[in-house]
Ligand binder design. Structure first.
Ligand code: IMO
Ligand code: MG
Length: 422
């Protein structure tokens, strides 16, 4: 069984926790897009791990973890993550693989990301990790890939070509002194040597695994509304975050995907700029942010918080082909007198039941809510759906009804045991 797991909102849905749980049941775990803009948190006992590049399944002994061709890799960050694993006694040497076709984030990508943001009037609020410029070079056909680091001659030519153009742009447009060929060349060749044991044709590896009846979990990063096509463009990331991206980013064909699981919070959050129709007012937003500890796992930025948006979530079910839902951080809504679910938007007297393409509508629309009674904080940790407060159950059943998809997991805390399976 090959499963794709996607975020249904603007990222940070709690994908790391669900991937960690599902990893037990599969043989391979694969990242297929994004880069170290992602921050996937996994809590094991008292220890918290945050993964930016390595699949969150790596904590399970014996599971093979791959970084697919669709991911953009900052080699210094990857090296740091591998070192952390070593320090924690996690052996990955024979079960970690990197696609030879994955593109590399170069020092100039990071600088360009930050310089561009600084110059823009309409800021995106990127993570500043060089993600956009790296994907832009990929599409522009001047990117540098993992495999290039294993061939010093090819790498030299590609880097020279890039720096010739980029250094001029840096100097003339951004008054930046530019980059030294030698420094980057030596640094990246060294990465090539260190990563060589893991670099391979992951498309072949994964398809052979499928032929051998192995199970694969495809780990999405970011969320549906950060998708380069279907998200709230231009306030999006630069990759295809939806389930279709899993095929492009791994070389697994669509007919081999058996199931798509969607992960969403019981409310909504967003980091960075862009429209957010159900955003809380400032005061209530702060209370909920503290309650849910809503601070970015990558940049530490405070996350914006709001009510559950069923218009978005429904669109997400459609775009991804979701057939099962994991609802996260349900416990953060405990103790509220009332909870709300957005069922449509209203703009200039018109009701929108579908997610609008026009950024103006989305930015200025007011959310139309269904109000429901809240529930108290449970003194005993509920361990089944039945043990949840009736109002909490009613809320979940309403989400299920609105989205037309089964909820199979409800998370009520960050630990593995704080999970209800339905
Ligand atoms: P995970 O995988 C939440 C947001 C950034 C910014 C926009 C573009 O942890 O859910 P980028 O650096 O990608 O060019 O920034 O996308 N963003 C995320 N928000 N979770 C993420 O990843 C994100 N990755 C990028 O805040 O608004
Ligand atoms: Mg995150």
């Amino acid at each position: 069984m090959n499963i794709v797991l996607v975020g249904m909102q603007w990222g940070d849905e709690g994908k790391g926790k669900i991937i960690d749980i599902l990893s037990q049941k599969v043989d391979y775990i694969v990242r297929y897009q994004g880069g170290n803009n992602a921050g996937h948190t996994v809590v094991v006992g008292r220890k918290q791990y945050i993964f930016h590049l390595i699949p969150s399944g790596i904590l399970h002994p014996g599971k093979i973890c791959c970084i697919g061709n669709g991911v953009v890799i900052d080699p210094a960050v990857l090296l740091g993550e591998l070192d952390d694993l070593r320090k924690n006694g996690i052996d990955f040497s024979r079960r970690f693989k990197i696609s030879s076709l994955a593109h590399l984030i170069m020092p100039y990508h990071k600088n360009l990301d930050q310089l561009r943001e600084a110059k823009r009037k309409n800021k995106i609020g990127t993570t500043g990790r060089g993600i956009g410029p790296c994907y832009a070079d990929k599409i522009n056909r001047c990117g540098i890939r993992m495999t290039d680091l294993l061939n010093p001659d090819v790498f030299r030519d590609k880097l020279k070509d890039n720096l010739k153009e980029k250094n001029e742009i840096f100097k003339k447009v951004y008054q930046h002194s530019g980059f030294s060929f030698k420094k980057i060349y030596m640094e990246y060749l060294r990465y090539g040597e260190l990563f060589a044991p893991y670099i391979c044709n992951t498309a072949v590896l994964l398809n052979k695994a499928i032929d051998g009846k192995k199970d694969i979990l495809l780990e999405g990063a970011q969320g549906t509304f950060l998708d380069i096509d279907f998200g709230t463009y231009p306030f999006v990331t630069s990759s295809s975050t939806i389930s279709g991206g899993a095929c492009i980013g791994t070389g697994i064909s669509p007919d081999k995907i058996n199931k798509v699981i969607g992960v969403c919070k019981a409310y909504t959050t967003r980091v960075g700029e862009g429209p957010f129709p159900t955003e809380f007012t400032e005061d209530f937003g702060k209370i909920m942010r503290d309650k849910g500890n809503e601070f970015g796992a990558t940049t530490g930025r405070p996350r914006r918080c709001g009510w559950f948006d069923a218009v978005m979530a429904k669109e997400s079910v459609m775009l991804n082909g979701i057939s099962e839902l994991a609802i996260m951080k349900m416990d953060v809504l405990d103790g509220l007198a009332q909870v709300k679910i957005c069922t449509s938007y209203k703009y200039k007297g018109k009701i929108f039941k579908e997610f609008p393409c026009d950024l103006e509508v989305l930015s200025k629309a007011t959310a139309v809510y269904k109000q429901m009674a809240g529930w108290p904080r449970e003194s005993n940790q509920p361990s089944s759906f039945k043990q949840l407060h009736p109002n909490a159950r009613a809320y979940l059943l309403e989400l299920q009804k609105l989205l037309g998809v089964r909820i199979t997991i409800v998370s009520i805390g960050s630990a593995r045991r704080d999970t209800i399976f339905i």
